[in-house]
Design a protein around this ligand. Structure first.
Ligand SMILES: Cc1cc2nc3c(=O)[nH]c(=O)nc-3n(C[C@H](O)[C@H](O)[C@H](O)COP(=O)(O)OP(=O)(O)OC[C@H]3O[C@@H](n4cnc5c(N)ncnc54)[C@H](O)[C@@H]3O)c2cc1C
Length: 349
């Protein structure tokens, strides 16, 4: 096995590794090289080496929001494994924690909930690593990482140095940040710092969560009760990637402008529209797909999940091209019916 590095760092580099074993969609050809990083120095080291050798580089965490192509990746895949969980500030109202990018996200949520801290309990049971949460401003059931994130530490591969980016620097929006946009590929997040509240979670809760709490006659809201409720709801709506390969929502909800509403209501007066407060509205992409009649259908080996049309399950697809064909058919049918272009959520390696 080749080694990489100078100074004191010697990382194992594996060759010809099938990416389908490292992505929850279970598709994708071989990575030419793959290595794991456990410190920020190792991140810098691997980037410097890749630059010298003119190799492309791509970071993955749990592989739960990426798609790999059949031809694989001709450079180095870096698996983020930096550990860490420490309290960096504490006052009467809040506790601030700093978490290594390679920590499993749900175990971070569990630890925070066990410490009776609020702010991320509704983001329970989301697969993947802590360091990936800022990339698409991960969110669920009314919370998103932007609400509690103070800053991230990152390796800036353009400047070859470690930097701290504030919440504002990340320019968070719905499923969006600079890491998916103008700075794509530039920063490797090595830790995230979250400021969590010591107050109990308070209503109003997200509609689906409130409905579950009402139905189960739950009137006392602790972090743990909210976490358990979210886990229970998710288990009915999201397939377990270990059993049914998927990436969670395959499509982002669509944002439409005020001026589009009349035309959309003319197509279907029942179209659900959630006001975002800035003159724009969120349209659930799952609802749009449902209206095309594709929910539950098998397209090129990909199943449009019958409990949640946003999710595509790899039932029998053998190639990335199968997934592309299924994706394009869904996008095309939604466009034909509503003249709305829905977008893929996971990034392609
Ligand atoms: C069943 C299921 C349910 C899901 N539910 C939700 C949900 O409710 N809400 C939600 O928002 N998402 C959800 N997801 C999507 C996914 O879990 C999240 O986006 C998660 O944050 C991805 O983490 P990961 O470590 O697997 O990232 P990966 O898939 O490995 O990577 C995702 C992207 O982040 C980049 N990246 C990863 N780590 C770093 C780093 N340290 N520095 C720089 N870039 C990095 C990668 O290059 C890639 O572009 C779900 C997925 C599944 C399979």
């Amino acid at each position: 096995m080749p080694k990489m590095g100078y100074n004191n760092y010697h990382m194992d580099i594996h060759t010809n590794i099938p990416l389908k074993n490292y992505t929850t969609m279970k598709l994708g050809g071989p990575a030419r090289f793959m290595t794991e990083v456990r410190t920020s120095e190792e991140v810098a080291e691997v980037y410097r080496n890749a630059k010298t050798q003119k190799l492309p580089i791509f970071v993955i965490g749990g592989g739960s929001n990426v798609i790999a192509k059949d031809e694989g990746f001709s450079g180095i895949i870096v698996r983020m494994r930096i550990p860490g969980f420490e309290i960096v500030a504490d006052d009467i109202n809040s506790t601030t924690i700093k978490v290594g990018a390679g920590e499993e996200w749900d175990s971070v949520v569990k630890r925070a909930v066990d410490m009776r801290l609020s702010g991320i309990e509704a983001m329970s049971a989301i697969p993947g690593t802590a360091g990936a949460t800022p990339i698409q401003n991960v969110g669920a059931y009314g919370q998103e990482i932007a609400d509690t994130l103070q800053s991230v530490e990152a390796y800036d591969s353009r400047e070859d140095r470690l930097v701290t980016l504030t919440n504002d620097d990340c320019r968070f929006a719905y499923r969006h940040s600079i890491f998916r946009d103008e700075s794509i590929g530039r920063y490797v997040i090595t830790s995230i710092t979250l400021k969590l509240s010591k107050n109990l979670p308070t209503p109003p809760f997200y509609d689906a969560l409130q409905k579950y709490l009402d139905e189960n006659n739950i009137q006392i809201f602790t972090q743990e009760i909210i976490r358990n409720a979210v886990i229970a709801i998710r288990s009915t709506k999201l397939p377990d990637p270990q059993i049914s390969p998927n990436t969670g929502s395959f499509f982002k909800n669509t944002i439409v402008e005020n001026w589009q509403l009349d035309a959309l209501r003319a197509i279907n007066p029942d179209i659900p529209l959630f006001e975002m407060g800035d003159g724009r509205y969120k349209v659930p992409a799952g609802w749009l797909i449902e209206q095309t009649g594709l929910k539950g259908q098998l397209l090129h080996g990909m199943r449009v999940y019958d409990k949640n049309a946003l999710v595509l399950i790899n039932e029998s697809a053998t190639s990335y091209n199968d997934l592309l064909a299924a994706r394009d058919e869904i996008i095309g049918q939604v466009r034909d019916k509503f003249r709305i272009q829905i977008e893929q959520e996971p990034l392609t390696i």
